[in-house]
Design a protein around this ligand. Structure first.
Ligand code: FE
Length: 281
């Protein structure tokens, strides 16, 4: 990978698509909003997407001679790289548990694997959903430089999001360090595929920030209601598929096939007791 001399960290994947670059020989700017009509580069073309043989329109200096002048998207690029690094550690930690202690535990769903979904910076801290073969948790990680090494495992904390209050449990692991986890589902036996689990995790990350889902007395009912239309279509398709499958195989137990609606609301409904999570908790 060729870096840009003097640019942020010298790595060309650290500039965003909005970065305005500047030739360090003649100070001619390249603004992605304008493109470069001397070389038929259309407006909206990011500097990173310019052809390798693109040169300074004024002095013919090669791309490598350009520096970052201004990068409105820099913060999101930095955040994305922080999130990538931190979620990799999280996934590594739980992969170790999965391939070690959890592998032969009966409650695990072997169709699933450990995956971080929808992580984003919320008030400076990475927040997202971790899927594993035995749980799906909302996870908050400390901000960069924040020390959570003294978190007491098992201690509870309530966190407020636009959709309501959520109970998080403190914990820590070797690689990722301290983290806070809110149980969404456990065990994971209702999920038939990883894609289905990812889908639900992504839906949780949207619903979490929707204020219209907030209701002090019955938050889950609200979430349920607003998802109804979307879910109904899926249910219909699944019911049709299940009916077809049942017609084919006498033993197909149709009533053990969870609908997507049950899956989405199951972990959020009141009284959904989290099963023992072994190493997850
Ligand atoms: Fe130039």
């Amino acid at each position: 990978m060729s870096g840009f001399e003097g640019s942020f960290l010298g790595a060309n994947d650290k500039i965003s698509a909005q970065a305005i670059m500047e030739c360090k020989i003649c100070w001619t700017p390249y603004d992605p909003a304008e493109g470069d009509d001397t070389r038929q580069v259309l407006p909206g073309t990011a500097f990173l997407d310019l052809p390798d043989d693109w040169k300074c329109p004024n002095c013919d200096a090669p791309k490598e001679q350009f520096l970052v002048s201004e990068d409105p998207g820099a913060q999101s690029v930095i955040e994305a790289s922080i999130i990538e690094r931190r979620t990799e550690l999280l996934v590594s930690d739980f992969n170790e548990v999965w391939h070690g202690k959890m592998r032969d535990v009966p409650l695990v769903n072997k169709l699933l694997h450990v995956q971080a979904v929808g992580f984003q910076m919320v008030d400076g801290r990475p927040l997202g959903v971790l899927i594993s073969p035995w749980f799906m948790n909302l996870i908050q990680l400390p901000a960069e430089g924040e020390d959570w090494s003294d978190l007491k495992a098992g201690e509870k904390e309530y966190m407020s999001f636009p959709s309501g209050e959520y109970e998080f449990i403190h914990n820590s692991r070797e690689m990722v360090g301290g983290y806070k986890a809110c149980s969404l589902f456990s065990p994971m036996n209702d999920f038939k595929t990883q894609a289905q689990a990812v889908d639900v995790a992504a839906a949780v990350m949207v619903a979490l920030f929707q204020e219209e889902h907030r209701a002090e007395t019955d938050r889950s009912a609200d979430i349920r209601a607003t998802r109804e239309a979307e879910v109904a279509a899926v249910e219909e398709a699944e019911a049709a598929a299940a009916a077809a499958a049942e017609a084919e195989a006498d033993e197909a137990p149709i009533d053990t096939t969870p609908t997507r609606r049950q899956v989405i609301t199951g972990g959020l409904s009141e009284g959904a007791e989290a099963a023992p999570q072994g190493e997850a908790g």
